[in-house]
Design a protein around this ligand. Structure first.
Ligand code: SAM
Length: 175
């Protein structure tokens, strides 16, 4: 079976999009992936190290814009989009203390759901194997479960037989 992020990529690869956002750039793998399916990609991280690695990966992609900025500020760069990925947590080979923060993630997600175009999707890969991740998971789950089903479809994909495994939330904005 594919990993959770491979599962997300598989779903995204079913379509082509105008604007994609990688809310958590990291080493740039998701950004490079989005570049194949989107006419324009914006990608955010708060770590210089993420930009250094990602710049190398996407150096030939003139439609990809890397921002050394928190995803909370994405509206300073783009006002609407069609597909977004939040691959939460920390860089596996980096400083594990620099991880996505539940309140920041939630605030960004709220704004992102407004900026998302109809029939667009936001995918979150949520990691619960660390303390901040658990907190983030509780907050995000409660929020997405409360979204009006007339406005958004929300689906959860998770392993049923593996404790603490990451899981995926797929939010579609309805027409
Ligand atoms: C699991 S990694 C992402 C992996 C990445 N998408 C890839 O393809 O390699 C999570 C990243 O989120 C970043 N991050 C944490 N807080 C952030 C924020 N407020 N805005 C943007 N990125 C943030 C971390 O610095 C880290 O690089």
């Amino acid at each position: 079976m594919e990993s959770m992020i491979e599962f997300v990529h598989q779903r995204i690869s079913q379509n082509q999009y105008s604007i994609g956002i990688d809310f958590t750039m990291g080493n740039g793998h998701d950004t490079l992936f989005l570049a194949k399916y989107c006419q324009t990609v914006h990608s955010f991280d708060i770590q210089e190290q993420a930009l250094v690695s990602s710049r190398q990966l996407v150096k030939d992609q003139s439609h990809v814009f890397l921002h050394l900025d928190s995803h909370e500020h994405f509206l300073n760069y783009v006002d609407h989009f069609d597909v977004g990925i939040f691959n939460l947590g920390y860089l596996p080979q980096g400083d594990h203390h620099i991880t996505t923060q539940s309140d920041v993630t939630l605030n960004t997600l709220r704004q992102a759901l407004i900026a998302l175009n109809p029939l667009g999707h936001i995918y979150l890969v949520v990691y619960i194997g660390h303390e901040e991740g658990l907190k983030e998971s509780a907050l995000i789950d409660a929020y997405v479960a409360s979204l009006d089903h007339k406005l958004y479809n929300v689906a959860l994909f998770k392993m049923m037989n593996k404790d603490h495994a990451p899981y995926v939330l797929d939010i579609e904005k309805r027409k």
